[in-house]
Ligand binder design. Structure first.
Ligand code: ATP
Length: 615
């Protein structure tokens, strides 16, 4: 049976401490760590981030009935790619972020008629892209970035890719015509590639055919000479221009130094955490970079001097810097957040973007009052929300205290705020970009207000990729490019967090691989906790609202669909959230009895599990 086979498979692994509950017959195979089940039937292995090594024994896997999905993302496996070819029923193969190496035989994927998803990224694979891969009849996702594949890109026979990433290899030659419509990022970091969607192949106005391997040597020499000449001219021009600019810059700095004297160091750190007070100096206010710029017209009444000298209390610190609560003597309490890593755009664009954010106005958005522009650091000033963050109510000292009615009110507010952002920023992939429970704050009447929205355009790309939560959605972490549905993924996680009371631990963990952790967290709810454990038992007022809570859970899972096609769009999610009621008895009742409730819950969870891992 599968239990015995799995134990056998484990015996070939090294450092398998994470699989310590394997073999426990009382809990059953479906509850073992990393096992994917559907209707209590095994269908996959998801052994991610476990530090595993040793051998992936394919002959053992062969004995597992219904193995559809196999993932060992982010472990320490070494050596050549295991001979997965024998697993003809496999639909998804995730080997990314290991130390696999060597050439993959040309026929390595032959006969894998069901294989849809191939993830080999960030390993040490070499040699040509195997032709059997490009012939797979069902291939939808292929991500082989960050290896050392070389040679030409073969003609892929599939057309509609969902994920396609060949970046950061040693591929060369013209990109096949059929791939010319792909995102250029899919080919980035391959120095030898040319042709659409990258720049045209040199020496010819159109990409040369692959068979053109014997160019006329005289013409080639002429071309080379011309190229060298051109390069020399460019280098000389660049040096001259750079010297001129340097000269101008030095003169400008000298002038400025006289005007501003030593204001600059204080600008960079206008808060002193020791004294816990705001210490932007008088000099800095005079300097160009030291001004607080008020963006909302209704706040002109705030006294700048007073704000700058107000005593401040540290609220916490996140991935960008610390956040302070500043108490003005005769005015409102405001929150000032320090931001590093906000140098994606120049000063002018930064100002424009802040003014744009300042014009936003919605009851579920924390308004931006003012901002400060420093070279290294920016400050954003907001209203203080009296009831703190949603995270603190779900997981903090008063954790679990929010009743169902308030949770519903909060999620409706979040949905409305998000809908407003989507409407106001239709051209942006990520209208929010950083939606998580610590960025949902609650005002005096527990109305939700979204914080840290709309910042993606000004945040440095690498920082955004590493720390902003929308970048931890599956598509963003695998493609390094989020979709407009990535914010919806975050909404889904927030819903699951709100209903289960569980903290998506690694979702906030800074660093690599967090999206997979996040997905694993969602998945673990599905595989381990469906039988009544999913909804937080301690939510006050849960009794009469369980049917509605299950509806919200389904919405959450619709938002957490792994594939972008199946994931809900924002309009659908918002409309469904708006339909929710406080009590099952308010109007039409669904799933009234406990039996029905459990049934509908398990059905939705199984649906989710299926599409999540095998899609
Ligand atoms: N306007 C506000 N009113 C009340 N509390 C706030 C406000 N803004 C932020 N906070 C709280 O201050 C704390 C620190 O916030 P901060 O944004 O620095 O960290 P974070 O949200 O955990 O991380 P990140 O920088 O990734 O957003 C959080 O608990 C946050 O909820």
């Amino acid at each position: 049976d599968n239990a015995q086979v799995l134990m056998n498979f484990k015996s070939f692994l090294s450092n398998a401490d994470a699989l310590s509950n394997w073999g426990n017959q009382t809990i059953g195979v479906c509850s073992w760590t990393g096992i994917l089940c559907f209707n209590q039937n095994f269908h996959g292995l998801r052994l991610e981030h476990m530090g595993l090594g040793g051998t992936v024994n394919v002959d053992t896997l062969l004995q597992l009935s219904n193995l559809n999905s196999f993932s060992v993302i982010n472990n320490n496996f070494e050596g050549p790619m295991p001979e997965f070819k024998k697993l003809v029923n496999l639909r998804a193969m995730f080997l990314s972020n290991n130390k696999f190496s060597g050439e993959i035989p040309d026929d390595a994927f032959e006969g894998m008629r069901r294989l849809k998803r191939v993830f080999l990224a960030e390993n040490g694979f070499t040699g040509h892209i195997p032709t059997s891969l490009v012939k797979l009849p069902k291939l939808l996702d292929v991500d082989i970035h960050g290896n050392s594949f070389d040679g030409n890109i073969p003609e892929f026979q599939q057309r509609d890719f969902r994920v396609f990433n060949l970046s950061y290899n040693n591929l060369e030659g013209p990109i096949p015509e059929s791939l010319s419509g792909m995102d250029p990022g899919s080919f980035a970091g391959n120095n030898g590639l040319c042709g659409k969607p990258l720049s045209l192949c040199t020496g010819s106005p159109t990409p040369p055919p692959v068979s053109n391997q014997h160019p006329d040597s005289h013409a080639e020499k002429e071309n080379t000479k011309k190229r060298i000449l051109l390069a020399v001219i460019i280098v000389v021009v660049v040096i001259v221009l750079a010297s001129l600019l340097a000269l101008l810059f030095i003169r400008y700095r000298r002038k400025r130094a006289i005007l501003v004297k030593d204001a600059q160091p204080q600008n960079v750190t206008p808060f002193s955490s020791e004294s816990k007070s705001i210490v932007v100096t008088a000099e800095s206010k005079k300097s160009e970079d030291g001004e607080l710029n008020f963006v909302g017209n209704d706040r002109v009444g705030i006294d700048l001097q007073e704000l700058l000298r107000a005593s401040a209390e540290v609220l916490g610190s996140g991935s960008f810097g610390s956040t302070y609560k500043a108490m003005l003597l005769n005015g409102p309490v405001v929150v000032v957040k320090r931001f590093k890593h906000m140098n994606n755009v120049g000063k002018k664009e930064f100002f424009e973007h802040m003014n744009r954010l300042g014009r936003l106005s919605h009851p579920n958005l924390l308004p931006l009052i003012a901002f400060y522009y420093g070279k290294e650091e920016k400050l954003l000033v907001h209203d203080f929300a009296e009831n703190g963050s949603l995270a603190s109510h779900l997981h903090g000292r008063n954790g679990g205290g929010l009743n169902w009615a308030t949770r519903l009110k909060v999620i409706k507010g979040v949905a409305r705020g998000l809908a407003y952002l989507y409407t106001e920023f239709p051209d942006q992939a990520l209208p929010h970009g950083h939606l998580k429970s610590s960025n949902v704050v609650l005002d005096g009447s527990f109305e939700a207000r979204l914080a840290e929205y709309g910042l993606v355009p000004v945040v440095e790309k690498s920082h955004a990729q590493q720390f902003m939560v929308a970048y931890k959605s599956p598509e963003a972490s695998q493609l390094e490019r989020p979709s407009e549905k990535s914010d919806i993924w975050c909404l889904g996680i927030l819903i699951l967090e709100l209903l289960t009371g569980k903290f998506p631990a690694n979702y906030l963990r800074h660093g690599k691989g967090a999206s997979e952790d996040l997905a694993a967290w969602v998945n673990s709810i599905v595989t381990e906790g469906w039988s009544g454990e999913v909804l937080d038992k301690g939510i006050p007022g849960r009794g009469s609202g369980e049917g509605e809570m299950v509806k919200l859970l389904r919405i959450g899972m619709g938002c957490c669909e792994w594939s972008l096609e199946s994931r809900w769009g924002w309009k659908e999610a918002v409309a469904k959230i708006e339909e929710l009621k406080e009590s099952d008895r308010d109007g039409d009742v669904e799933g009234g009895s406990d039996g029905d409730l459990l049934y509908s819950l398990s059905t939705s969870l199984d649906d989710f599990s299926l599409s999540h891992s095998v899609s």
